[in-house]
Design a binder for this molecule. Sequence first.
Ligand code: TYM
Length: 332
Amino acid sequence: RQRILSGMQPSAGSLHLGNYLGALVHWVRLQETYDAVFFIPDLHAITVPQDPAELARRTRTTAAQYIAGGVDPDRATLFVQSQVPEHAQLAWVLNCLTGFGEASRMTQFKDKASKQGTDSATVGLFTYPILQAADILLYQPDGVPVGEDQRQHVELSRDLAQRFNARFGETFVLPKPFIQKETSKIYDLQNPTAKMSKSASSAAGLVNLLDDPKVTTKRIKSAVTDAGTEIRFDRDGKPGVSNLLAIFSSMSGKSVSELETEYEGRMYGHLKVDLAELVVETLTPVRARAEELLSDPAELDRLLAKGAAKARELAAPTLAEVYARVGFLPAA
Ligand code: TYM
């Protein structure tokens, strides 16, 4: 069986609709036919300051949302990155194969570092994409299902795999980004030309999986729409309406053109009311299941520890091969 791998940072109290539609929904579909590896990249989270108790809480909350959204821990390998030391170990080797200039060109690093000021940005943030390459390459996956914003990182992992293979002999599978066009970028409801992101300046543009339905309804009803009245998909001319249509389409299974026909002659308000209802209906059981899982954190921790043991069985042989090829002496 072919393999997929992916992860989402535990850096917010809840996943948002971009994470859900851009990634989680595809993971759940793909785990049916692929051997799936899903993890929570807590090592990545500390590239920016985190409150320790909050990080632990968010790691569990993220795991609970994976499962509540449909990740099956019996079928997929589900774990927390810091419990599998091979990630950090392979990252070091890959750090030593990455050019300083190459790492400097990563657009997410440039964005985040310029927001923080280059002096306060950490070396960890700089080397973030290389740790991500290690996450991926350790498991030899064929595909990495992510949103559009992660494409460059998956491509870096492919470049590093190729470089390692060329220098030390065939070791890594070259992973491909699996990006679902229609949902690869969900936009901020208040600022529909920017992607929905937990680091947005205002929470009003986000739909969070774990928010109260009243909050979700209000946010969708207050979404920025465009001049004019026509409900039509036009990314450049009507970014607000187009974003709502894209969300509607992916959640309902109806195509955008079916929705355009259905809403012909109707007002933006109608679309928003129906979309709010659909989103709440879709997310309510996910939220309920996540809360149920979070009511027993010890059980969740046990499940994640079991997942980490499974992950180490997959990761250890790759790391051993890498170490041997690089010329490190065998430990035993
Ligand atoms: P993160 O935590 O920012 O996002 C998790 C997933 O959600 C997708 N996503 C979106 N998709 C559509 N529209 C949006 N507005 C939107 N916002 C986020 C992301 O593309 C991603 O798929 N670096 C990664 C985490 C990571 C990882 C990995 C991913 C670490 N190691 C190895 C894959 C493989 C990140 O910060 O994603």
